[in-house]
Design a binder for this molecule. Structure first.
Ligand SMILES: NC(=O)c1ccc[n+]([C@@H]2O[C@H](COP(=O)([O-])OP(=O)(O)OC[C@H]3O[C@@H](n4cnc5c(N)ncnc54)[C@H](O)[C@@H]3O)[C@@H](O)[C@H]2O)c1
Length: 256
């Protein structure tokens, strides 16, 4: 028996990184997973990995959640396949970092679209399904960047978008309570994924300085975030809503 037995979990961005890790974890804990990604080949690879491990997963790809049509198509496909939605895990994102004055307006809009708009569209597409089910869980991936400025890289659009995701979570908590819909935010620190690998693996990069500030002295792994998300999706977290949970080795808790 798994903690997520009988639940239908929609996870965005399952093509790689934390989304792939979440698909594997949620399925291992008994959920029927419906993923999605912009990248068709990556998405198919994750479905194959989960299926090989004995889990239940299907996905829609390519799909762009930065459009209302894309998000609605994703939720519709999930409902057609699995009959409803119990968990919406808003994991997918794409961003552009850089020094403030080097970024173009287009970089700002790209980041807001692919980190904040896509959560809005996905929540709105899935909400009637969650209400119809008599409750459920929304889990939003924000970031430590929602709370703290970064000196090692320019993250003004990213931090602004993730701040929006964090604030949206509080409002979804308020709106969802009467429907027994819980909404929580996960705030990862530095996690090793294909997105961060080039930066973490760069022998001349700022990694040593970053790790020196983290009380646990290391970066995190995607499966560690997946386990936290699976807990928040489960009935063991039935009284947790509106929470923001950092998973960052203590990075956000200390000044320097
Ligand atoms: N890796 C870190 O250190 C870190 C730290 C804090 C927060 N986060 C957040 O965690 C989440 C996962 O990060 P990751 O490092 O695994 O990312 P990643 O880039 O490795 O994977 C993201 C996936 O989302 C998909 N995606 C992006 N935009 C999409 C769209 N519009 N429609 C559909 N799919 C889309 C991508 O194709 C990709 O497969 C993100 O929300 C990210 O902002 C990551």
């Amino acid at each position: 028996m798994g903690n997520l037995d009988g639940k239908v979990a929609l996870i965005s961005g399952t093509g790689r990184g934390m989304g792939r890790a979440a698909a594997l974890e949620f399925a291992a804990q008994g959920a029927a997973v419906f993923g999605c990604d912009l990248n068709e080949a990556d998405s198919a690879e994750t479905v194959a990995l989960v299926t090989k491990a004995g889990g239940v997963m299907e996905a829609l790809a390519p799909v762009d959640l930065g459009t209302r049509d894309g998000a609605e198509a994703w939720v519709r496909a999930a409902v057609d396949r699995f009959g409803g939605v119990d968990v919406l895990y808003n994991n997918a994102s794409a961003l552009r970092n850089g020094p403030l004055m080097d970024l173009a307006d287009e970089d700002w809009h790209f980041t807001i679209r692919n980190e904040l708009d896509l959560v809005w569209y996905s929540v709105r597409a899935a909400w009637p399904e969650l209400v119809g089910r008599g409750g459920g869980a929304v889990i939003n991936v924000a970031s430590i960047a929602a709370r703290l400025g970064a000196r090692f890289v320019g993250q003004v659009p990213h931090g602004s978008a993730k701040g929006g995701v964090l604030a949206m979570t509080k409002h979804l908590c308020a709106t969802g309570g009467p429907h027994r819909i819980r909404a929580n935010a996960i705030l990862p620190g530095l996690i090793y994924t294909p997105e961060t690998a080039p930066f973490i693996d760069d022998p001349d990069g700022p990694l040593p300085g970053i790790l020196a500030k983290i009380p646990l002295g290391r970066y995190g792994q995607a499966h560690e975030v997946a386990q936290l998300a699976a807990f928040l999706a489960s009935d063991a977290a039935a009284f947790i809503t509106g929470a923001e949970i950092a998973i960052d080795g203590g990075d956000g808790a200390v000044a320097a």
